[in-house]
Design a binder for this molecule. Structure first.
Ligand code: NAP
Length: 258
């Protein structure tokens, strides 16, 4: 049987789920690509590579050099640059591309969300008066909050941010989801959090803080997603697997004997 080589751009729950689903599947030869941001990533059950490709040109070279048949962009909804590069490189290298992007969170009755376009706007939305802020935005976009040193921040990220990236009043909590609502409530109440800043990542692993905020009537500054390239997109690993199976049925027979 002709095996199709798949490059999965990962760093997300969906990419890991797809890697698990493909492990041992004789129809495919998948490789998971990670950016290398997380110090101790969970080891995937399929071959993997770590580190950037060197822009669009580097990714085109990789796709051609490794004879990749299918590209799956399962990066995080906020990994806008990688998604742009994937769309451009797939077009140039003429490799079919599927994006996996989980739905955004939507506010429900009782939520007190302020949507903003980026981190700079999130800082403005916090206002001038000192507040106790829970920041769950990862570790790479903390710099704008140094411009608002009047607030006391509780910062949660997978790895600890560099000390010089932190605002002056900051407590760091390193933790990796999924988080439970009861624990989130305890954390928010225990730290006397007055406002949360988060990105609209979507997904269930980090959603509990929103339910906890609703229960405690804590406002949320919600950073909206960046624009994504217009490519064929599914919302979960199961649908990505279906797409891969369909594509295998369509193109593998024509490759037999190649
Ligand atoms: P980004 O800003 O869109 O990408 C910056 C550069 O990082 C890309 O141009 C590429 O370098 C490299 N890169 C990104 N994802 C890669 C991958 N899967 N494999 C190889 N290289 C990759 O990305 P980001 O927002 O920093 O995210 C980095 C990683 O963390 C991604 O895997 C993403 O899925 C994951 N992640 C991001 C967030 C978030 O909030 N942004 C949250 C959770 C997980 P070259 O140009 O050199 O190829």
């Amino acid at each position: 049987m002709q095996r199709l080589k798949i490059l999965i751009l990962g760093g997300t729950t969906e990419a890991s789920a797809l890697a698990r689903a493909l492990a041992g599947d004789v129809r495919f030869e998948p490789t998971l690509s990670l950016a290398g941001r997380t110090k101790a990533p969970r080891m995937p059950p399929i071959p993997f590579r770590i580190g950037g490709f060197g822009g669009v040109d580097g990714l085109v070279q990789y796709l051609k050099g490794e004879h990749v048949d299918l590209l799956v962009d399962a990066t995080h909804p906020f990994a806008a640059q990688m998604s742009r590069h994937a769309a451009e490189a797939a077009r140039i290298a003429d490799v079919p591309l599927l994006a996996v992007c989980r739905p955004a969170w939507r506010s429900v009755a009782g939520d007190r969300w302020t949507p903003v376009l980026d981190m700079a706007a999130a800082v403005v939305a916090l206002g001038a008066a000192p507040r106790r802020v829970f920041l769950t935005i990862g570790q790479k976009e903390l710099a704008p909050f140094r411009e608002a040193p009047q607030h006391a921040y509780v910062i949660r990220s997978v790895d600890a941010p560099d000390a010089e990236a932190l605002p002056p009043i900051a407590e760091v909590i390193t933790a990796r989801g999924p988080f439970a609502e009861a624990d989130e409530r305890r954390l928010l109440a225990g730290r006397k959090i007055e406002v949360i800043v988060t990105k609209n990542s979507g997904g269930s692993a980090t959603e509990a803080k929103l339910a906890a905020a609703r229960g405690l009537a804590i406002p949320v500054v919600m950073v909206e997603r960046p624009a994504r390239p217009e490519v064929e997109t599914v919302t979960c690993a199961e649908d990505a697997l279906e797409w891969l199976e369909r594509t295998h049925r369509r193109i593998a027979p024509s490759r037999r004997g190649v």
